[in-house]
Design a protein around this ligand. Structure first.
Ligand SMILES: *Cc1c(COP(=O)(O)O)cnc(C)c1O
Length: 388
């Protein structure tokens, strides 16, 4: 696995980068094919909202399109417009739906609005009356209480004679609240409701499951699945072995190695007291790079004290964060490494094949999704392409 991240012809400017983020596009393609396989008879879409979970919608979108994805989900129309040239023949669904003033960006980029409220539906019908037929999706709420038409309203629409003939849903969808917990009774409750919706909209494709729901079994697959986090190597199901390939590696350069004495303190607030003479490595990464302050080694108020702080990896050794993470800098305890194992200028792996994304996220009391989408703008980005 580590071999995948070997960079052979790295440009000079990349080698000098204080921070680098390596995205393995062939692993994303493999993960999509794996989710498509696990979706059984259903087609697998690809969710690329929030700049493909922070990894870059252009490169990621093109990779997924080449792998065979023909249905994409974005959150807002601008993301769909950015994706369009990289996914020319694909259907691009916009999860936030359509608002007055957005008609042009939808029509010009051939984006499909996901209609999610009565208000949007009324607006959309007015648009259709002027424009004529244009596809849409309907999001029906089955218990999440985020977006979605109330179930009764969606069902009423099926037989509504006053609805314009041009209202042409190509998809009905809903979203699971507890898909990441296979033991939750909520899953079956939502499934049963969605089955009713799916049957009512006979002949229209239906979609219920994001990454986690795909693992709940074939009942949950319907016609189209919507994997996101799993494509990027993240954990979809709580407490289960993650079968996805790691995709991202984030590294920071070590700016200096310093010796400090037992009894001295480290970083803001002087909250971390050294219990022994120590060697400290100061890395060029901080909370401005999404290396969250909650990853600090000790002494952060307002954090669940159960978390001991994060670790990075140098060579094949894990080294803990000591003291508070600051805006641009983080300090790691490298006392236990041999003298020559680390020098200034070396990179420390913050997350990647040796330091799973979700382990780092847990150390901060959050989830991989938030880590990925918060990585920030300072990383030099490199994309590894596979042979295909
Ligand atoms: C984000 C999102 C997805 C993808 O979820 P993952 O957990 O990342 O697979 C699917 N459907 C909807 C409605 C979403 O908002």
């Amino acid at each position: 696995m580590t071999d995948r991240f070997t960079i052979l012809d790295a440009p000079e400017e990349f080698l000098s980068a204080p921070l680098r983020l390596t995205t393995d596009l062939s692993a994303i393609a493999d993960n999509w094919r794996e989710m498509a396989r696990r979706s059984g008879k259903a087609r697998a879409a690809a969710v690329v909202k929030a700049d493909a979970y922070g990894l870059g919608i252009e490169d990621v979108g093109q990779t997924l399109y080449r792998a065979g994805a023909r249905d994409f989900f974005v959150a807002v129309p601008a993301e769909g417009a950015t994706l369009r040239p990289y996914a020319p023949e694909a259907r691009i669904f916009v999860l936030s739906g359509i608002w007055p003033g957005q008609e042009e960006i939808f029509f010009e980029n051939d984006l499909v609005p996901v209609i999610a409220s009565e208000e949007q539906l009324a607006f959309w019908m007015a648009v259709l009356t002027e424009r004529g037929p244009y596809p849409c999706a309907l999001h029906v709420d089955t218990g999440f209480n985020r977006l979605g038409l109330p179930m009764a309203d969606a069902m009423a629409l099926v037989d509504d004679v006053s609805r314009p003939a041009s209202l042409d849903p190509v998809l009905v969808m809903s979203h699971l609240a507890c898909g990441d917990d296979p033991t939750s009774p909520m899953n079956r409750r939502q499934l049963e409701k969605f089955q009713e919706v799916s049957e009512a909209f006979e002949g229209v494709d239906s979609s219920l499951s994001a990454s986690a729901g795909i693992f709940l079994g074939s009942d949950y697959h319907f016609d189209l699945t919507r994997p996101g986090i799993a494509l990027y190597g993240g954990e979809a199901v709580n407490g289960a072995r993650n079968p996805m390939q790691p995709v991202v590696k984030a590294e920071a350069r070590i700016l200096q190695i310093r010796d400090a004495k037992a009894g001295e303190s480290v970083s803001y607030g002087a909250t971390h007291l050294l219990s022994r003479d120590s060697r400290l490595a100061v890395a060029s990464v901080g909370y401005a790079d999404g290396y969250l302050r909650n990853l600090s080694g000790s002494g952060i108020a307002l954090r669940d004290t159960g978390f001991p702080g994060a670790e990075g990896v140098i060579g094949d050794k894990r080294v803990p964060v000591v003291g508070r993470v600051t805006m641009d800098l983080t300090i790691f305890d490298v006392t236990d490494l041999s003298e020559n194992a680390v020098r200034s200028g070396d990179y420390i792996e913050l997350l990647g094949p040796s330091m799973p994304l979700d382990d780092v996220a847990r150390a901060a009391g959050t989830i991989g999704y938030e880590m990925l989408t918060g990585l920030g703008l300072r990383y030099e980005r490199i994309y590894l392409e596979g042979e295909d």
